[in-house]
Design a protein around this ligand. Sequence first.
Ligand code: ATP
Length: 265
Amino acid sequence: MEKGSPKIEISDLDKVYRQAEEETVALRDVSLDIKEGEFFSIIGPSGCGKSTLLHIIAGLVDKTNGEVKQDGEPINKPSAERGVVFQELGLFPWMTVKENVAYGLKLSNNDKKEIKRTVNNYLSAVGLEKFKDSFIHQLSGGMKARVALVRSLANDPKVLLMDEPFGGLDEITKEILQEELERLWEDTEKTIIFITHDIEEATFLSDRIGVMTNRPGSFRDISEVNLERPRRDKYPDRSKEEFIRFKKDIGSILKEEGKQSMNIA
Ligand SMILES: Nc1ncnc2c1ncn2[C@@H]1O[C@H](COP(=O)(O)OP(=O)(O)OP(=O)(O)O)[C@@H](O)[C@H]1O
């Protein structure tokens, strides 16, 4: 499929959680197309339904109404075509780094040599080849995030869904990982949907940013990030005027949404 054609199509999507007597309308009337090869970030107030939306795209949570499709086919269950990276990362502590990265591959491939080659390639792409025999508790937070990222990529998904994968990291580590992610995204040409609370992170990484409303969540604004790539070369310290201006614009939209939720004029 060509870069630019719709990869994920969401139309008139609603999600209502029902628990005993209580109903929570998490998403209302969400419609959005995400293009092949696009880096799309979702930002929005806490509890507005970002993770719910990502889980529905992943096929992990059922929708209430509407349609979600990948390559024109309805999504109704998880698939190896969609990789997911959560903030908690979900690494297996009883396995080494290389075993973690190989895990998904072993489920679909019997060729040990090929698995080894793929694992080594990905580990060296993120500078972790020396740590391939380490256990997860021996790694820093940034290294763990890298392992989770390449574990997903090693399965060669068409779409990578990321839910605040760098949320718990310090600023510098985060910046380094954002630069690595931009490079890996360019090299692998994946479609990435990325949830973040961090406006700078969204600005640095994205082709487009969707700002969600308060719950029930829908899209308040979708902005094209017209900043040159590779951003790691063009905006290494993120201090150029156009970068800061874009960040401020997204911040203003989010602030307006926040004020509305607090009934502040
Ligand atoms: N399994 C569930 N059962 C009932 N309600 C749920 C469930 N999962 C999420 N919710 C509710 O749905 C709403 C949206 O939650 P969701 O986690 O999708 O928001 P979010 O934007 O990702 O939040 P945050 O930014 O805080 O991570 C919240 O009110 C949440 O409490």
